[in-house]
Each structure stands twice: as structure tokens, then as C-alpha cells.
Design a protein. Sequence first.
Length: 297
Amino acid sequence: MGMGQALAQSSPAARRTFAEADEVLGFSLSSLCWEGPEAELTDTVNAQPALLTCSIAALRALHERVGEFTPAVVAGHSMGEITALVAAGAMELEDGLALVRRRGELMKAAGQRAPGGMAAILGLDAPAVTELCADAAAQTSGLVQVANDNCPGQVVISGEVAALEKAMELARGRGAKRARRLEVSIAAHSPLMRSAVADFKLAVEAVPFIAPIPPMIANVTAAPMSDPNDLRVELPRQLTSPVRWTESVRHIVASGVTTLVEFGAKDVLTTLLKRIDGQAQGFAVGTPEELEKYAAL
């Protein structure tokens, strides 16, 4: 089945969420999620609203099943920060959808103006990858940096193609288990996204914000954030800054949280959690089966 389709078929709350997204966006995002074509769905201008919708649909389906609840903290990876803010009540889904749609448009345009790429480096930690990126940049007079510190041994880098390729070469020579290009044509979370920042700031300024309850762990600082003015700085700044996911999760666990729930179509973050802290429990909720399993705990 397509992205979020089974959940929408089993949950009225999830179904209403997809219908709301269709109305807000002015086209059938639900059909695109469920029927494709895949190439259109994976275009970042559509993928970002699709990810947000699937995540909020899953959250609302769980609320429908067990009642509403307030977690100790929320967090989102990259675009997922906006999902986290919607989940925490800092902004309405309608505003979140418009914001991620605009984010996707601006990132795509920035990638066309300043082409680049991304690569996954496996088997090295973030400090080692930061160092080899600096060396690659110096050797090529190009730009490459850590984009996502996902978990110990999994770091994503981003930048200009020549510098990126050099960084991958250096990584292999310094003991990386694997260094592979990702199938993306933009250099997210790097200065190559700089041309998107000013317009995205305008889009963020246009969205009504209130303080999220609970606070959000920010990608840029890996620390709690709840002041709406700080959030307005965080979202645009994140476009060119690394996602400090490992540190973010460690902060959450250190605060006493022992159970983390991932809402959405996949279980990527739940898988990363196992590498970051094996003692914390992670649950993915994105299908009817996963929802029932978690609700039964």
C-alpha cells in the first residue's frame, strides 16, 4: 500500500488529516502518497508535505485510539522540526503544510542555483568526519561539511561535488566502512542552501507561532527551545547548519525520558535510536499494526 494509506483506511482521524492536507495544498496529496507516481512524490516540494501529513495522521490516530497526551519533549530530524512544532501545538497543521511546501520549493531552487550533493559515511564518528571534510575542502578549494550526525558510525556530509567526492575518498582511506553518494541533487544543511534562507525567513515570519508544549529539542543547538522568537531563528538557520541528532537524542535520554515514539511512514529514527542509546525504548507508529501494538502497552 502507499504512504499512509493503510492507516487512513483504518483511522477516521488519519483520514481527516489527509483530507485536510488535500484542501490546504489545493491538490490531492493523498492520491500522490497512495498512488504515485513515485518520482513526483519524492520531489522535495511534495515529499516534505507528505512526510508532515503522514506523521500528524499517525499522531492523531494514536490520540483517537488512547486519548490525547502530552510528551515530555518533542524533536524532529531536519524538516521534522516543523512536524514536531505542529505536534506540540506551536503551529496549526495548515500553517505547517504551507511552510514545508515553501521550504521544499526554496531548497529545490537553491539546489538549482548552487548544485551539490550528499553522501553517507559509515563507520566514522562525527569529529573524524568533520576533520576529513575540512581537509577535502582545503584540497579542492571547495565546500563540504557534516550535514547530519545521525548516530555513532553514521554521518551524512553535504557540499559541492568535487569536495564531496574528495571527502568520500579520504573517508575510505581513514577507515570508513562505506562512503556512498545519496540520490539527491541538493546539498541540504550546507552553505549551498544560503540563497533559500532569506525567503524562508519571510515564510517563517508569516506563520503564527505560540510556545510549544512541551519544548522542542532543536537541531542546530541540540538543546530545548520553546520561545517563539528563538524558533523563528532556528528554522531558517537549520537550512545551512548540521542536524545534531545524536546529541539531541542523548539530551532527551539524559533528561530522564526512557521511551521515544516516532510518528510517520517509516522507522528510520527508531533504528538510529538503537545505535545512540541501547537502553532507551523506541517505537514507530505509522501503520495500523504498529498503532495497535503501541496502544496495547
